[in-house]
Design a protein around this ligand. Structure first.
Ligand SMILES: Cc1cc2nc3c(=O)[nH]c(=O)nc-3n(C[C@H](O)[C@H](O)[C@H](O)COP(=O)(O)OP(=O)(O)OC[C@H]3O[C@@H](n4cnc5c(N)ncnc54)[C@H](O)[C@@H]3O)c2cc1C
Length: 324
């Protein structure tokens, strides 16, 4: 019996960190948690999901499911859900999840809550109550489901800490046969091209230093890169800096960029618009450098320096160089 089904994802045979976050989020709901995994070479991911406390791990093994196409995965998970009839299905809002969640909900005739950042349960109805940012992150909406059907919730990455692998319980493994038929045949994946990541991934970094329009150009990003390298972190940017072409859009933090939750988030020349904050509000400590003491970023920052970054950053960098 699985009440809450986590749609799992794997990378090179290992469980994706987004799945670990969903397993943690599932702990906020009442019921047994199952994790569905699709593809080949799933043994390591099964072990990881089990040690994170999932009661049951359902594997759907097929090379066809290694394909990045969303169609085959929807077919597989739709059949799994029809067998299990879970009350809640949790999907991560990564590049696949945004596409996958609505398709799965449609195929099951289920309700869907997209882009959520928190989930809980209504004590009276037992239905999921989810929180999602609206109006570009300026307000939070609380949504719930009507009817008795399955509830599909798509959760933003980094909304929850990943579950840790410390469960002594070992989950049950259930191998599920799915009939993929011709699903996926309409799309042919020709080639997968990965972006070359330098250093630590922005989403995984414990230290992020980000630059905004206040930097005035692309050049100062070299200083941010050096600082990030020294502290084993990553560089981010506001949309204004990306739109100006100073850095690639892969650097963008915010509502339409990446969601990060580092231990320390240092912003330089960023005003702290709500759309930017939507991507970094999970940061444990925000430190802001901005010459405008009224800038919104100071409302969110734990520490702030009011002043021109040109006068502050070089000596800060110098001190870090000496310390590391
Ligand atoms: C639908 C939608 C989605 C969006 N998504 C995103 C998103 O994902 N991410 C995002 O970042 N934005 C997003 N935006 C844009 C967002 O609204 C802001 O326009 C943007 O974040 C502003 O970037 P900024 O803080 O770099 O620039 P500004 O708001 O122009 O702020 C620049 C700051 O630099 C300071 N400054 C200037 N010179 C110096 C100096 N020498 N030293 C110190 N400080 C200095 C200024 O005081 C100012 O506070 C979105 C907007 C919309 C409408």
């Amino acid at each position: 019996m699985t009440d809450i089904l986590v749609v799992g994802d794997t990378t090179n045979g290992k469980l994706g960190s987004a799945t670990a976050e969903l397993i943690r989020a599932a702990g906020n709901l009442v019921g047994d948690v199952g994790v569905g995994l699709a593809g080949s070479r799933l043994q390591e991911a099964v072990r990881e999901a089990s040690s994170m406390g999932a009661q049951t791990i359902y594997t759907m093994e097929s090379h066809k499911l290694d394909d990045p196409s969303v169609y085959t995965k929807v077919t597989a998970f739709s059949q799994l859900c029809q067998q299990l009839e879970p009350r809640v299905i949790l999907v991560s809002k990564n590049s696949h999840g945004l596409d996958f969640g609505p398709r799965l909900a449609f195929s099951l005739g289920a309700g869907l809550a997209q882009d959520c950042i928190r989930i809980g349960e209504d004590d009276d109805t037992g239905r999921v109550v989810a929180t999602r940012p609206v109006y570009g992150g300026s307000a939070m909406a609380t949504v719930t489901f009507s009817g008795d059907g399955p509830q599909v919730v798509v959760l933003r990455e980094k909304s929850y800490e990943p579950a840790s692998q410390d469960s002594l319980e070992s989950g049950n493994l259930v191998q599920v046969e799915v009939n993929l038929g011709s699903s996926g045949d309409q799309v042919k994946s020709v080639r997968q091209v990965g972006s070359v990541a330098k250093g630590v991934r922005l989403e995984d970094a414990e230290f992020v230093v980000a630059g905004g329009r206040g930097l005035g150009g692309a050049e100062p990003f070299a200083t941010l890169e050096e600082l990030a390298n020294l502290l084993g972190g990553a560089v981010g940017a506001s949309r204004a800096a990306c739109d100006a072409g100073w850095v690639n859009h892969n650097y963008q933090v915010g509502l339409t960029g990446r969601t990060i939750s580092p231990n320390v988030y240092l912003t330089v020349g960023i005003s702290g618009a709500s759309q930017h904050m939507a991507g970094c509000s999970g940061s444990r400590n925000i430190i802001a450098i901005n010459k405008d003491r009224e800038a919104n970023i100071f409302k969110e920052a734990r520490f702030g320096v009011v002043g021109d970054w040109n006068a502050i950053l070089p000596s800060f960098l110098e001190t870090v160089r000496e310390l590391v």
